[in-house]
Design a protein around this ligand. Structure first.
Ligand code: DAH
Length: 341
């Protein structure tokens, strides 16, 4: 066979090539293009071709080599796809295990608080984090010179009479509710709040609160006590007790600070409750008639109570978390402990 015939035979062979796996393709490559491959061989022989025939043969030889390379690449790709298909279809292979995430303790506690109050007929209402002076302070009966409005506590966004600021408590949402809803109002308002505090184990510049508000005809302090007792028992266990200490908030009259019996020492006194047997959980009180009036609710017909608690605080008591910063650091070792919670 002369050179020309051999090239044609090889071309025909190449077109017919088939392979079912990557190693077969490799064998083919060696057979044609390897060091001793038939095409490589032809290039060797090409050296002996007469000078006037070099041009013609050079071209066909190069074409042959390109065809072979293209075909082999195509076979390689097909074999690769074939291999992948087999992997996907092999149902006997063990499954992939993805690490399961966990819900953040703040989310868990928030959900539990909202759930407990929803059983008492409360609905959930959220409000903006960026607020104005009126909703955070003015409508809530804060006198103009009240220290909570101070630069040291509040992050201000703008100055002026009704300046814009980051809300320092979720009580602003009760103002929005009273302005836009008609009694009876029964809402819980969860959300983030901001205070200009140095970050430490016991304080943070961002934390979470749940505000509660109930307004209707004839709502009394007894209703407030009973609702909070129900919450405390649901949250901390059937034998949880509550204690109300007189306190002061501009937006409630009378006001109280609410303690729950220490669920660790069962009231005997331990280092968590600092020997008192009680843990503070929230502020509460009867909505001040001035607040009702400022928000457009007739304070001769309606009365109501409000309460506000820190979610971090409740979670701390529930799981004995000693450092507030843990909530924000997203250390996986901390978060993983709540996988089954
Ligand atoms: N807003 C208060 C705070 O940020 C918490 C609070 C106390 C809310 C008493 C209330 C309340 O609704 O009646 O500390």
């Amino acid at each position: 066979m002369d050179l020309k015939e051999r090239i044609e035979t090889l071309l025909a062979q190449i077109d017919e090539l088939k392979a079912s796996c990557a190693s077969e393709v490799e064998e083919i490559r060696i057979r044609f293009l390897g060091k001793k491959g038939s095409i490589t061989q032809l290039f060797e022989e090409f050296k002996t071709v007469l000078p006037e025939q070099k041009r013609e043969f050079g071209q066909v030889l190069n074409q042959l080599k390109n065809r072979a390379t293209e075909k082999i690449n195509a076979l390689k790709e097909e074999a690769g796809e074939e291999q992948q298909k087999t992997v996907v279809e092999d149902h006997t292979l063990p499954g992939d295990f993805f690490p399961i995430g966990s819900r953040h303790p703040i989310s868990l506690t928030r959900a539990e608080i909202l759930q407990i109050f929803s059983r008492l007929g409360y609905s959930v209402l959220e409000g903006p984090e960026i607020e104005d002076d009126w909703h955070v302070f003015g409508a809530l009966n804060f006198p103009p010179e009240h220290p909570a409005r101070d630069m040291q506590d509040t992050f201000f966004v703008s100055s002026g009479e009704n300046r814009v600021l980051l809300r320092t408590h979720t009580s602003s949402v009760q103002v929005r509710a009273m302005e836009s809803m008609k009694p009876p109002i029964r809402i819980v308002c969860p959300g983030r709040v901001f205070r200009n505090e140095a970050i430490s184990a016991r304080a943070h510049c961002i934390f979470h609160q749940v505000e509660g508000l109930y307004i209707d005809k004839g709502v009394s302090f007894a209703d407030l006590k009973q609702s909070i007792l129900f919450f405390a028992r649901e949250m901390f266990g059937e034998d949880a007790k509550i204690r109300l200490r007189p306190s002061f908030f501009p937006f409630t009259e009378p006001s109280a600070e609410v303690d729950v019996s220490c669920n660790i020492c069962k009231g005997k006194g331990c280092n968590v409750c600092k020997g008192t047997g009680w843990l503070e959980i929230m502020g509460a009180g009867m909505v001040d008639p001035n607040v009702l009036e400022a928000c457009g609710i007739d304070n001769t017909t309606y009365s109501g109570f409000a309460f506000g608690m820190g979610i971090e605080r409740i979670a701390m008591l529930k799981w004995q978390i000693k450092d507030l910063r843990l909530y924000f650091e997203n250390d996986i070792r901390f978060l993983k402990q709540f996988e089954t919670a």
